[in-house]
Design a protein around this ligand. Sequence first.
Ligand SMILES: Cc1cc2nc3c(=O)[nH]c(=O)nc-3n(C[C@H](O)[C@H](O)[C@H](O)COP(=O)(O)OP(=O)(O)OC[C@H]3O[C@@H](n4cnc5c(N)ncnc54)[C@H](O)[C@@H]3O)c2cc1C
Length: 443
Amino acid sequence: MTDAPQSTPGLVLGTGERGRTAWSNWSGAVRGIADRLLAPRTADQLRDVVLDATARARGISVVGSGHSYANLVAPTGRTLVDLRHHRGIVAVDPAAMTVTVKAGTTMRELNQELAAAGLALPNQSAIDEQTVAGAVATATHGSSPRHGTLSSHVVSARILTADGQVRTITQDDPELDGVRVHLGCLGVVLDLTFAVVPGHRLRKVVLRRPLTEVLAGLDRFREVHFGGFWWYPHTSQAIVWEAAPTDEPPTPSPGPPGALLSLLCNNSWPPLVAGTAHYAAALAAGRGRAQVMRCDDALLHHLPPPVQGTEYSVPFDRAADAIRALVGEVRRGGPRVCAPVDVRFTAADTAWLSPSRQAITCHIGVTHPVSERDPERWIAPLRAVESVLWEFEGRPHWAKVHSRTGQELAARYPDWSRFQELRKAWDPDGVFLGGHLRELFEH
Ligand SMILES: Cc1cc2nc3c(=O)[nH]c(=O)nc-3n(C[C@H](O)[C@H](O)[C@H](O)COP(=O)(O)OP(=O)(O)OC[C@H]3O[C@@H](n4cnc5c(N)ncnc54)[C@H](O)[C@@H]3O)c2cc1C
């Protein structure tokens, strides 16, 4: 058993000295030397890898596209499993309006396949680089008070647990609300079935507005189909976007903002310089021209340069005050915020570990350039942001940087202990618990 995974042709994806291999996330801020990085080709190979890790009580993590800022994968000293050979659509059911897709499929691949079939996911996050299982793991959300997170659209899941069993969890099983936001610590998700909607186009409008006006009228975001805004730090300006279904024909693609976005997200300028640049960018961004696009494309934002970020979800009713408090702190010279602050909304859902559980939430996200030489340069401002948003009943995004303990989070999640029971039942030795998750769940 011990040597089987390494000796299987095509299985070992990356090995360095003495069989170990370096892994880092998208931003480069999470890195480590894994014991081995494997890419099983078949379900049997995957099962052997899991059973081997369980038998030896060795840590194992599945890697998605590595787009989490938090150290969920925890590479150091663990077996990493890459599901690049487990991609593609398993089945589309037009009568049930569902699609079943293999776990390693990227959101982009899924969206393209759905569009070709005249279908779409009800909601979409800001990027489509993630794998479907990775996105669902962390309650990835879009921006709509009418639609929940991607996890909330899951109607069934197949998961390979530490004992080598494949469990199928459907809407009839109470565990589905546990599996929806699985954090990678329940086992290897093999495939997921999502509810889908008919494909459609969205008409998107982007406008510049004074931040005070946007916050005074925040309630209108309860009614939009899709929408959100960015506050441009060191200015009084917000860029507001809204999108709604339309039958209008598509407009030409606006093209990526490229260099400008990189500059805005990666700046560490003094407030006056940043404010001037951000004001100019807000003028340019908020010209108000409407664009009509395929629904998934309309909801994508442009991939920023590598940054680290934190994000808190606060109940909608507390959102305006939370944002005012954050803006006040930044203006007082507290957290040094360089990039536009992202504000979005999500409908309430039922997943045990969803930050949007049982309440429409407002997500407030802040990013900061990564500094390899001096991590404190990005950690300190993100911590300062956290301490403001925590006071407004905030729940941190699982995939983003946060400093909350398991005890603190347990108090904000009424079903924390149910998730713990499920996790312990399916993975009694905690082989799927990487460092960060171990800190959270073994408090
Ligand atoms: C530029 C950028 C934009 C983003 N935009 C948004 C956004 O709009 N909304 C939002 O909510 N989030 C957003 N995120 C966060 C992102 O959606 C999450 O980090 C997501 O979890 C990344 O998916 P991944 O495939 O990269 O997974 P990874 O980061 O590689 O892994 C995430 C977790 O999933 C686990 N995992 C992955 N595959 C499996 C599997 N098959 N079985 C079991 N466990 C598995 C991993 O072990 C890990 O615990 C963004 C991130 C970036 C970098």
